[in-house]
Design a protein around this ligand. Structure first.
Ligand code: GDP
Ligand code: IMO
Ligand code: MG
Length: 430
């Protein structure tokens, strides 16, 4: 049995999409278990770029089943658009399935997200405005609409009309904005209903059967540990659990069935949206990293905030996820720098913290405690073995292993599917 999980260890955009695509070559089933189209996962194959938001990043491997799991929130219009892009490129979408338990992001969730941000002034979160927070809020308030509701359109329509009437009071009476047109919303759903319903499955039995039959099941995380609703820099987080624990609740899989947890670590830090960022660089070094790393959001196009690697963050991610392996990405971006700083702990009001404090106000006050490592000048993006890497680059990798206590099993040195250095066997080790 192989229940392999890939998660982000920082603030997202570590290169999870690329790694999931690489590992999918060996997978029978690929499952997204949380988040929605706030994700932007980039896969590059022979120079051709695919940005996936809802579809699992293994979708380009047509032999594997691709499941949008129960814990995902799904905007069906976005999903159909994404599939039509793949079809136009001549790819099959026959292997894409949707859990009938997944909640639907309704047009009023997207509008509510926009209005909440607009009316929050300095307190805005900097969300992707895709309706993620409002959809999860309604799910937990038991005011959600699920994919299975679409099977009987009367059930769907009754809920949609009732909930939109409530939301329209919020939009008009609290925010003083325009209401949404209910008939238009219902007709839009009527037009796509059949296409969505044809892909609905009860995924829990399917995924567990695959695991029990010894198949290779890959669970793809979106977002990352520091955006986790419980363990991130709350409230500057997303509204789901992008951790290995999220697989259990979001895919309906027991902890004992998870055999490997791969944490994707970017060789430096980036963050999109608001919230504290202890190692942020607002100087020319930050600009250099942004330019060399192409650090602009895959979903919103926003410039990503950049900074030094924060291993206090990666240690936190390692603990809450139970990482068995690290895949280190984008280390090629650091080539040419004289000195590299790596944060190992925080100092807050004169006290050292080797963990992430709970209060966002404390994190905002934290000063990074850095260790300095020497850089390397060589272009490493064409290298294929660990031995070829410059000594200082190897030291950087070993430093991460030492501080986090987790082995680095693969090093990604470029965006293409092929740009990888395999250090340990990721596939057959477990
Ligand atoms: P995700 O959200 O974790 O899947 O990551 P994104 O796709 O949002 O952002 C990662 C970006 O870095 C994408 O543009 C990738 O094509 C690119 N990328 C991934 N791995 C590497 C790498 O090792 N080196 C370089 N230079 N780029 C990479
Ligand atoms: P991937 O999967 C980076 C951030 C947003 C915002 C916060 C809340 O590509 O790594 P939301 O729309 O989820 O309510 O926004 O979370 N955020 C991401 N940042 N990568 C992502 O996904 C993100 N998904 C959400 O910028 O700060
Ligand atoms: Mg991304």
């Amino acid at each position: 049995m192989t229940g392999r999980v890939v998660v982000g260890t920082q603030w997202g955009d570590e290169g999870k999409g690329k790694i999931v695509d690489v590992l999918s070559e060996h997978a029978d089933t690929i499952v997204r278990f949380q988040g929605g189209n706030n994700a932007g996962h980039t896969v590059i194959v022979d120079g051709e770029k695919f940005v996936l938001h809802l579809l699992p990043s293994g979708v380009l491997h047509e032999n594997a089943k691709c499941i949008i799991g129960p814990g995902v929130v799904v905007d069906p219009f976005v999903l159909l658009d994404e599939m039509s892009v793949l079809k136009k490129k001549g790819l099959s979408c026959d292997h894409i399935l949707i859990s009938d338990r997944a909640h639907i992001i309704m047009p009023y969730h997207v509008y509510q997200d926009e209005l909440q941000e607009k009316h929050s002034g300095n307190n805005k979160i900097g969300t992707t405005k895709r309706g993620i927070g409002p959809c999860y809020s309604d799910k937990f308030a038991r005011h959600g609409i699920r994919m299975c509701d679409l099977r009987d359109f009367h059930v769907f329509e009754e809920k949609a009309r009732r909930f939109l009437a409530e939301k329209n009071r919020l939009f008009t009476e609290i925010y003083g904005e325009k209401p949404l047109d209910c008939d238009k919303m219902i007709n839009d759903f009527k037009a796509i209903r059949d296409e969505i319903v044809a892909r609905l499955v009860e995924s829990v039995s399917m995924v567990n059967q695959d695991l029990d039959e010894g198949k290779d099941v890959l669970f793809e995380g979106a977002q990352a540990a520091m955006l986790d609703i419980n363990y991130g820099t709350y409230p500057y987080v997303t509204s789901s659990s992008p951790t290995s624990a999220g697989v259990c609740t979001g895919a309906g899989v027991a902890p004992s069935k998870i055999t490997q947890v791969i944490g994707v670590v970017k060789a430096y830090s980036t963050r999109v949206g608001e919230g504290p960022f202890v190692t942020e660089l607002t100087d020319e070094i930050g600009e250099q990293i942004r330019t060399n790393g192409g650090e602009y959001g895959a979903t919103t196009g926003r410039p990503r905030r950049c900074g030094w690697l924060d291993l206090n963050v990666v240690k936190h991610a390692s603990i809450i996820n139970g990482l068995t392996d690290i895949v280190l990405t984008k280390i090629d971006v650091l080539s040419g720098m004289d000195t590299l700083k790596v944060c190992v702990a925080y100092e807050i009001d004169g006290q050292r913290y080797d963990y992430i404090p709970s209060s966002v106000e404390d994190v905002a006050k934290a000063k990074p405690i850095y260790e300095e490592l020497e850089g390397w000048k060589e272009d490493i993006s064409k290298m294929e073995t660990y031995e070829e890497l410059p000594e200082n680059c190897k030291r950087y990798v070993q430093f991460i292993e030492k501080i986090c206590g987790v082995r680095v099993s693969m090093i990604s040195v470029g965006p293409d599917r092929k740009n990888n250095i395999y250090v340990h066997d990721l596939i057959h080790a477990r």
